[in-house]
Design a protein around this ligand. Structure first.
Ligand code: HEM
Length: 146
């Protein structure tokens, strides 16, 4: 694993991310704390999370080009009322899934985990009652080994 390589490449690309979200959502839908949030869950949602992660980690820009970009993901979480406990559980299950599915490279796992901590806090914040509906956003954030 080199500095030049994107995290997307180090992860093994979209097929590995598809597998990651499969493993992750099986855990989410089996979790009493998270299940109520995902009442209207669809498989489309699952595919979108994989496309999002691919773009964030330096792969194809599918979320920007086809799925509404950064603004859409903010809007998707608006009004969900995600509690800190639910955020932390989501992050814990995602990191657990990463340990099961992604390469067992410490630096990759750490960088991935830091993104998850950061991203879940944004999802929680935008979901709070009283938050204005997002009307604009910057580009999809790109993460590179941090
Ligand atoms: C890094 C953090 C996160 C990422 C990358 C992420 C990604 C996504 C994506 C891509 C969508 C689908 C948007 C669409 O195309 O419609 C979505 C929807 C959703 N997210 Fe997140 N999310 C994150 C954090 C969270 C957290 C912490 C929670 C709750 C604990 C959460 C709950 C939901 C729910 C309930 C939906 C709607 C699902 C449905 O009914 O289909 N997300 N998220």
């Amino acid at each position: 694993m080199t500095e030049q390589q994107t995290m997307y490449e180090a992860i093994g690309g979209s097929k590995v991310l598809d597998e990651l979200v499969e493993v992750f959502y099986a855990k989410v839908l089996d979790d009493p704390l998270l299940k109520p949030l995902f009442e209207n869950f669809t498989r489309t949602h699952l595919e979108h999370v994989s496309v999002w992660l691919a773009e964030v980690f330096g792969g194809p820009a599918g979320f920007t080009e086809e799925l509404g970009g950064h603004l859409h993901i903010l809007q998707a979480h608006h009004g969900l009322g995600i509690s800190e406990e639910q955020r932390a559980r989501w992050a814990e299950l995602m990191k657990e899934s990463a340990r099961e599915v992604l390469p067992a490279d410490e630096r990759l796992q750490d960088s991935f985990g830091r993104y998850i901590d950061w991203g879940t806090a944004i999802a929680r914040d935008v979901s709070q009652p009283g938050e204005a509906y997002p009307e604009s956003a910057g580009d999809v954030p790109r993460r590179h080994w941090q």
